[in-house]
Design a protein around this ligand. Structure first.
Ligand code: CP
Ligand code: NVA
Length: 313
């Protein structure tokens, strides 16, 4: 059926990229590249496979790319919108997981609490993929690094500057950069730095991979000579009541042309999207020639198809 060189993953679920081995990253990227090159070829890899998608928060990219990814591969996805009632309110998360495992071959969940995701994974005997939690966004950073590999060849020894909130997207970038030997400088206002456990774990990993992890507060210093500059929203989903306060705190952290000019002349601009133009990124940078935001969005599809094939085929 398959002509893909599939190398099984060492994990049963994808909750966090910190759990992936070097071989796992190679496998995901190789499979994603092969699926991207042969989108019309590998159309039956997930024939008769079904995916449950349970989302507590809004989504454009994650929802569409998992749904379309399943369709591309001959499978089906069933979506359950939980924006109005958090998971666990109608029945326990454990019972929900134990039902779902009887019907589907995999679950993608977008939750507020990372612990809820872990509870689903602990109780469902089918692979569970994190479609974004308050802690990490693993599918995003896999697409980010697939894009960087396409642009640069190797990501080893390159420098990524992340300017903004030390949030879920940032945590996955730190985990993934450390694993892949990419240097990462994270620049946030005081009090909005990334989780210290994430940073400490990444620093330990970095000793083996040669990555350098730097946490600072000055955007100019972070962007200086960087190969790519990344940002994300200043207020994540669930933090809507902090928007006004955060807009003030982060006012000097916008990625604009002046900040990009401090990075290398061919530096890439990255954002997981959705973007708030005029806030964390200027219109000019978002639409400028260095922006690869839509390449990343496209790669969400390819990298998640790879995960689906590797985890549930
Ligand atoms: N980047 C991302 O996860 O986008 P969505 O929130 O639209 O899924
Ligand atoms: N940090 C953002 C990412 C959205 C994809 C959020 O959690 O809302």
């Amino acid at each position: 059926m398959s002509t893909l060189p599939l190398q099984p993953l060492s994990v049963d679920d994808l909750l966090c990229t910190s759990a992936l081995s070097a071989d796992d990253f190679d496998s995901v990227f190789a499979t994603a590249a092969a699926l991207k090159a042969g989108r019309e070829t590998h159309t039956d890899l997930l024939g008769n496979r079904r995916l449950a998608m349970i989302f507590e928060k809004d989504s454009l990219r994650t929802r569409f790319t998992f749904d379309i990814g399943m369709q591309d591969l001959g499978g089906t996805a069933v979506f359950m919108d939980h924006r109005d009632a958090r998971l666990g309110s109608r029945e326990s998360v454990k019972d929900m997981a134990r039902n779902l495992e009887r019907w589907v071959h995999g679950i993608v969940a977008r939750t507020y609490k990372h612990k809820v995701l872990e509870e689903i994974a602990a109780n469902a005997d089918v692979p569970v993929i994190n479609g974004l939690s308050d802690f990490v966004h693993p599918c995003q950073s896999l697409a980010d690094f697939l894009t960087l590999r396409e642009k640069w060849g190797s990501v080893q020894g390159r420098t990524l500057a992340y300017v903004g909130d030390g949030n879920n997207t940032c945590h996955s970038l730190i985990h993934t950069a450390a694993k892949l030997g990419t240097h990462i400088r994270v620049c946030s206002p005081e009090g909005y730095e990334p989780n210290s456990r994430v940073v400490n774990e990444a620093m330990r990993t970095a000793q083996e991979t040669g990555s350098e992890i730097t946490i600072l507060n000055d955007p100019a210093a972070a962007a200086d000579g960087a190969d790519a500059v990344y940002t994300d929203v200043w207020a994540s989903m669930g933090q809507e009541d902090e928007i006004e306060e955060r807009n003030g705190v982060f006012a000097d952290y916008q990625v604009d042309a002046a900040l990009m000019a401090r990075a290398k002349p061919d530096a890439l601009f990255m954002h997981c999207l959705p973007a708030h133009r005029g806030w964390e990124v200027s219109q000019e940078v978002m639409d400028g020639p260095q922006s690869v935001v839509y390449d990343i969005a496209e790669n969400r599809l390819h990298v998640q198809k790879a995960l689906l094939v590797l985890l549930i085929a």
